[in-house]
Structure formats: structure tokens, C-alpha cells
Design a binder for this molecule. Sequence first.
Ligand code: T4K
Length: 404
Amino acid sequence: MRIKSTVDTLAIFGGAPAFSEALHVGRPNIGNRERLLERINDMLDRRWLTNHGPFVKGLEGRLADLLGVKHCIAMCNATIGLEIAIRALGLHGEVIVPSFTFIATAHALQWQEITPVFCDVDPATHNLDPTKVEALITPRTTGIIGVHVWGRPCVIEALQEIAGRRHLGLMFDAAHAFGNSYKGKMIGNFGQAEVFSFHATKFFNSFEGGAVVTNDDDLAEKIRLMTNFGFAGYDNVIYVGTNGKMTEVAAAMGLTSLESLDMFIGVNRRNYADYRIGLQDVPGIRLIDYDDTERCNYQYVIVEVDVELSGISRDDLVRVLHAENVLARRYFFPGCHEMEPYRSYFPHAGLLLPETERLTQRVMSLPTGTAVGPAEVAGVCALIRLAVENSHELKLRLRTLQEK
Ligand code: T4K
């Protein structure tokens, strides 16, 4: 890695990239390889590869204990988990969701011909703004899906109060929030169900995977059936179900990842703290906060770029970083309402989503996880500082490059 100290050494002026190998957001954490390979060997010896085998059962039990929930149903991914939970809750018509989320949240509804009604977010938390939810409720509304964006919990009581009073379903997309707590209670215990993602890019991964968790016995039973085609025993189908099952090899990875959970969180916390130090006093660059009094996975290092103060826009900063092989990501850009089919269905949705639109222009995600060490974090911070200090020259250079 080359630490750069002058603007003309930056890659967009022709210098070599600061990082010889790409520094990705979302590089997977890999736990103990030997344990994983042992488990895979056991699985092969057993010849039990999927359909609720011993690793899946073991993982479900471990996760339920860790989260303090009654039921954990492992899934092949969180998107299918969302779809199944939405269906099991009987949501239909319209459901209120944020637009500032990964597209899967909206698609899980639209896939079942339920209309996602996009609600604006609170710029302080990036989560659903409960004060804006109620105005979106119509006679067709059947539910609210909150998303704990970056793992920071929604204002849960306020959403619960609205859902209770207006007789709506309430569930959470907790794809980012595995291992986090809200007022001392683990995420997983709120709403009627919560859905986690264990995708490779999540700090805790099972290659692909996820889980729906709930404290409701009947709902859990329904979700379990729906995850396995609706089979209630051999030859007996009692629901329309799908195939949401997690495989044994995914569960083997999940169990192995679980054994390194504290280490993964420790590394994320260290990187986050190093970014905080490295970016302090850089004008217009603000790292989002986490509540240190709660359990937190620190898996996202999210920066808000205020172009008025930094002199460089988020998009230009991302261009500069990409040229240096730092593959920062514009999560979430654009908002779901700006993607198809929603952009065509609701061309004026943005008028009701000013904070979402502002955030999607300012936010970026920086590399972290076990593939990123203190030297890399220091290098990324130095690049951001250099870019902000030389924003004027960079703007001219980027304009010239664009015109070529
Ligand atoms: N709800 C929310 C709020 C979510 O954020 C997500 C997923 C979901 C629901 C749905 O969960 P799943 O159905 O996926 O379980 C990535 C992930 O694919 C997605 O899971 C995640 N959110 C989203 C925030 O990020 P992309 O389209 O950005 O993926 P991609 O292929 O561009 O990869 C991201 C980065 O990770 C790249 O820099 C490369 C790196 N990477 C990726 C993989 C898969 C690696 O270094 N190694 C790998 O194996 O969506």
C-alpha cells in the first residue's frame, strides 16, 4: 500500500493506485477453515446434504439461544425469508416500507403483488420516520416493515404503537442487525417476526443464508411449513409453500462463523474506531454513530459526505477512491423508489421522500471486516483527507476526464 501525500500522486492524476489489490466492501469473514472442512467431511460421510439436517437444526438452536427467541427458522437467504414471513403474516394490499434500503425489502412485497408504499426516513438514524408512517395508511394497508439500517434499530415502540392502534402487521428486516440489541434486548424479539441475512457480505455468513425468528408459536409453525413446500409430514401438504430451506453446507459455514463471532465483532469495532480517529476533523466527512451501550456488530462503516463542507461530492469521492483500488460502495443508491419497477409505477414518489433523496446522495460504505487491517484503514482515511484538502483540483481533473 502506498500512502499518498500530494494531490498529483493520486491515481486520477496518473499515479499508481494506493492499493495494489482491490479493497472491497463486503469481503467475507472466514472462520476456522479446519473446523469448516471437518464439518463438510462429516456431512459428506452422513450423506445428508439438505432438508433440515443436523447442522441446520444445530444452527437454529444456537441462534435461538443467542437471540433469546422461541423460534428460529433457517432460510436459504433473507429475501426468501422476507417473502415467506410476509406471506405467513397474511400481508396483502399495501405495506409501508422505507425506500432507503436494499432492493430486496421492496421486491419481497412486489414479488407477491403487494404494493410497497415508500415512507421517508429520519436523517439522524437513516431508519423509518414513525411520524411519517401514519399519513401513508390507507384502507388497503395491512402492514409495516421496518428495516434496522446498518444494524441501528428502528424506533420500535413508535412503530408498534401505530401498528397496534391501526391493526396492522409489523415485522422487521433485520438483515444488518444480527447480534445487535435494542434497550438491552436482542434484535429478533420485536414485531411479529424479524428476518436476518447471512449472505457472504454480512459479518456473520453462511455463504448464502438467513433466518426468520419469532416468539409466536403458530406463526413459526406456518413459516416452517411454507419453507418446505407446505409439507406437514410425509405425503401431506397443507399450505402453498415454497423452497426456502438452508443447506447443510451453508449451516456448516454458519456454525463455524458462529464460533468466531466475537472475533469478527472485535475486528469490526477496532476498524470502526480507527476510521473514527482517521476521519476526525476532515471537513464534511461524518462517520455514523453506533450506541456503545448496546450490543452492536459494527459491520458497516458508513460515512455521510456534506459537499458544502468537504468541497467534493460523494460521487466524486467514490470515483477518487475507486481509482485507488478502494471499492467504496454507494449503499443505498438510488433509493428503491428510483429503481424499476417502482420508478415507473410511482414516478412522483420522490416528492414525499426528501430525506431519502438527500441521504442517497451523501452516503457511502467503506471497507471493513477481517480482510481489512489498521494499515488499510489508515490508508483509506489518508486518501479521503487528501481528496477533501484538494477538492478544487480534483473537481477540475474529474471534469476534464469526463469530457475526454
Ligand atoms: N434486506 C437488506 C436491508 C439487505 O441489505 C439485504 C442484502 C437483504 C435484505 C437481502 O439479503 P439476502 O437475500 O442477500 O440474504 C450485497 C449483498 O449481496 C446483499 O446480501 C446485501 N444486502 C447488500 C447490501 O450487499 P450487492 O449487489 O452490493 O453485491 P455485490 O455482488 O456487489 O457484492 C458486494 C461486495 O462484496 C463487492 O465489493 C464484492 C464483495 N464480495 C461479495 C461476495 C458475494 C466479496 O468480496 N466476496 C463475495 O463472495 O449486494
